[in-house]
Design a protein. Structure first.
Length: 115
């Protein structure tokens, strides 16, 4: 099913895994491909939820497309792809802190687990 949605796209970067898609390229091409995904997906019973979509771009990017403009905006330094860091800026520190906190919390609760 993912292949049928990705095949007609024209972006420089098109990735799909389950219901997660990543597109990269010129903003107009990305907007056109998002529209294609929305149209083809609706024929397959899939609905694009703009509230769960993210536009990773520099703050000065002008987005004329209303659908693309409705996506949550994120700067490249905060970007992840399927939970993996794309850059090693601020997001690396944030993810590292989150993982350390989770490990600490787990270690504190370990004694509650029976052998």
């Amino acid at each position: 099913m993912v292949h049928a949605l990705l095949s007609p796209l024209t972006c420089d970067l098109t990735l799909g895994y389950l219901d997660d898609f990543t597109l990269g390229g010129n903003v107009n091409t990305v907007a056109q491909d998002v529209c294609t995904i929305e149209q083809l997906g609706s024929k397959m019973g899939l609905i694009l939820n703009a509230a769960n979509c993210e536009l990773v771009a520099h703050p000065g990017l002008v987005v004329d497309d209303p659908l693309l403009g409705s996506f949550t905006h994120a700067e490249p330094s905060d970007a992840t792809l399927l939970g993996t860091l794309l850059l090693t800026d601020k997001v690396l520190n944030d993810v590292w802190s989150d993982r350390c906190y989770a490990l600490s919390r787990t270690a504190d609760r370990l004694h509650l687990t029976s052998s």
